[in-house]
Ligand binder design. Sequence first.
Ligand code: AVI
Length: 333
Amino acid sequence: MVALARSPSIQPQNNEASAFEVDVVGGLSASPKRVPAKYFYDGTGSQLFERITEQPEYYPTRSEIGILRKHAADIAKLVAPGAALVEFGSGSSRKARILLRALRPLAAYVPVDICGEMIEQEAAELRPDFPGLQVLPVTADITQDFALPEPARAAAVRVGFFPGSTIGNFEPHEAAAFLHNVARILGSGAMLIVGADLIKDIDVLNAAYNDAAGVTAKFNLNLLTRINRELRGTFKLDTFEHHAFYNRERHRVEMHLASLKRQKVKAAGETIDFRAGETIHTENSYKYSVDSLGALARGAGWQPAGVWTDERNYFSIQAFALAKPQTTLRAGG
Ligand code: AVI
């Protein structure tokens, strides 16, 4: 079940080993030091992420599932019969199942993920539960252009689904590029349903990324274990500490690993100097308002078409429609 727990859209690329080395060496030589968040998700990291979603302080997963369960019928009203549902970074398809129950009849369900093995396995598990639905997995990097299977291209319309607030792990310019890419892939008349974490009370945000059981800390520190194992690293985990805090100006939770002392560490044959207190920036998790995500989406050609939130206004499911190209009507026509 390891792979199923992954947050799929922020996974490493196929040529992972060399990319990991390049990104770690480059990131640790930069100032401030950083390592891309996509490298959290090795086997242990994926399991730890799954455990994070079960922590009482980590509200996003529970909130999103609650919204989907409560409003699936309303969300489904925005989706024309005969549409193809395309899930970006589908992982376990756990959330798609809730929508699929409300959405039938669909032309096809197309889970897209970089991890082909995982989506093939999920597809095999979905088919008996949704007889008559074409489940057509596509192995692809969702941040790049990819081709949809023919039945999805031939469908009346295509509907994108991007749950999990994974959009928050993109930098805003990456999120904008992603929304443009999705528009290009889904084509004219498309809809997009996005799960996005909302800006809220700072204490709630800080607690969600500093759970009392220390699971998020383990998840963050596991990155150093991975560097030690895969890149001949010499990080001593008890000399680094998990720091996570909400940055109000930039509307994001930042995660860092702070060196508790001045030290030298080796990774991939390079020596890296740390000052006491110096950090490696490991993740940003951007929080949006309904308006700020709407503005980002509009910039990529999407028009807001619906919003559902939980009772506490912690999380949102937002629907967008792709503006159709303007056609000129002939007088009398
Ligand atoms: C996968 N992603 C949406 C999570 C988040 O909340 O940004 C990753 C995570 N990082 C720490 N806790 C959870």
